[in-house]
Ligand binder design. Structure first.
Ligand code: NAD
Length: 291
C-alpha cells in the first residue's frame, strides 16, 4: 500500500471556504487549481487570495517573491474537467447540498486520475452517503476546515464507512503540509467541534431564556472565566442564528433530545434577528449589514 504522491491539488468551489483552502494549498507549495461555475466567484476568490498574501507579506510572514509565487501557483477555472484532470488530491468546498455534492463527485470520479484521493469540506452532511457517487467509495474522506482557513489551526479528518487508510493518510499529509493540526473523527453528525459548539450555544440561549444572566454577562463569564476567545452570543451573531438553528435541528434529528433547539433561538430567527449579517442578532449592529 504505497502512499499517494501529492503535487497537484484541485479545490472545487471558490467561496468563503474554497478561496481559503486554495490559498492554504498554494502556500504549502502545491500546484493548485480552483474550480467554480461562477466566473464572478473566481474573480472574488483570486482577489481574496491576493489580499491574504499581501497581508502576510506586510506582516513579514512571507517575502515578496514568495508571495508572488504563492499567487502564481493558483489557477482559477470554470472548466471542471480541466481543474481535476491532473489532480492528485481534490478538495470539495461547494454549497452544502447533498444533491449538488453527489453530482459533483460523480462528475470528477471519471475526470480525475485513477490514483487521486478526494476530500469533502462538508460541515454536516453524510460523507458515507456522498461516497456512493464514486466508483471506489474508499477514495473519499472528510477534511473539515474552519473559517477563516488561514488563521484556524485545526482540520477534522473524517473517516466515513468505506474510507481506506491511504485516503486518511493523504488527507492528514495535505493538512500537515498546510501547517494544520489534525484529529481523526468517525463520520457522525457534527463531528467533534460542531457538536460541542452547538450544545454550548444552545445552553447559552436556555440561560438567557430562564433569566440566569444577561447576554453580555453570559458572554463575559465564558470569556473571562472559561477562557473562550469569544462569548457564545458574539459567536452565534457571527455564524448566523439561522445557520445555528439548522445545525441544531440536524443534531436533534440524529443525536436526540439534548440538541432540541432552544425556543428563544427559534424566536430570534423568526424575528429576522439573524446576526451581524442582518444588522441585528442577539446584539444590535449599527453599521450596515455584512462586514
Ligand atoms: P459559499 O456559498 O461561500 O461558497 C460556495 C461556492 O461554491 C460558491 O462560490 C459557488 O459559486 C460555488 N458553487 C456553486 N455550485 C457549484 C458546483 N456545482 N461546483 C462547485 N462549486 C459550486 O460556501 P462556503 O461557506 O464556502 O461552504 C462550502 C462548504 O464548506 C460547505 O459544504 C460548508 O458546509 C462547508 N463549511 C463552511 C464553513 C463556513 O464557516 N462557512 C466552515 C466549514 C465548512
Amino acid at each position: 500500500m504505497g502512499h499517494v504522491r501529492i503535487a497537484r491539488i484541485a479545490v472545487l468551489g471558490a467561496g468563503t471556504m474554497g478561496h481559503g483552502i486554495a490559498h492554504a494549498s498554494a502556500a504549502a507549495g502545491f500546484a493548485t487549481s480552483v474550480y467554480d461555475p461562477s466566473g464572478e466567484a473566481l474573480a472574488k476568490a483570486s482577489a481574496a487570495i491576493t489580499h491574504i498574501v499581501t497581508r502576510a507579506v506586510e506582516r513579514k510572514g512571507v517575502t515578496e517573491p514568495e508571495g508572488r509565487e504563492i499567487v502564481s501557483r493558483v489557477n482559477a477555472t470554470t472548466d471542471l474537467a480541466r481543474a481535476v484532470s491532473e489532480a492528485d488530491f481534490v478538495i470539495e468546498a461547494a454549497p452544502e447540498r447533498i444533491d449538488l455534492k453527489l453530482s459533483l463527485l460523480a462528475a470528477i470520479d471519471l475526470a480525475a486520475p485513477a490514483h487521486a484521493r478526494f476530500a469533502t469540506n462538508t460541515s454536516a452532511l453524510s460523507i458515507t452517503e456522498m461516497a456512493t457517487a464514486l466508483t471506489r467509495p474508499s477514495r473519499l474522506g472528510g477534511m473539515h476546515f474552519f473559517n477563516p482557513v488561514h488563521r484556524m489551526r485545526l482540520v477534522e479528518v473524517v473517516r466515513a464507512l468505506d474510507t481506506d487508510e491511504e485516503t486518511v493518510a493523504a488527507i492528514e499529509h495535505v493538512a500537515h503540509r498546510m501547517g494544520k493540526d489534525t484529529v481523526v473523527v468517525r463520520d457522525s453528525a457534527g463531528f467533534v467541534t460542531s457538536r460541542v459548539n452547538a450544545l454550548i450555544g444552545n445552553e447559552a440561549f436556555y440561560m438567557l431564556q430562564e433569566g440566569v444572566a444577561s447576554a453580555r454577562d453570559i458572554d463575559k463569564a465564558l470569556k473571562l472565566g472559561l477562557n473562550h476567545p469569544m462569548g457564545p452570543f458574539e459567536l452565534v451573531d457571527l455564524v448566523g442564528l439561522d445557520t445555528r438553528l439548522a445545525v441544531l435541528e440536524h443534531l436533534h434529528k440524529h443525536l436526540g433530545e439534548k440538541y432540541r433547539p432552544c425556543p428563544l433561538l427559534a424566536e430570534h430567527v423568526r424575528a429576522g434577528r439573524l446576526g451581524r449579517k442582518a444588522g441585528r442578532g442577539v446584539y444590535e449592529y449599527r453599521a450596515t449589514p455584512a462586514e
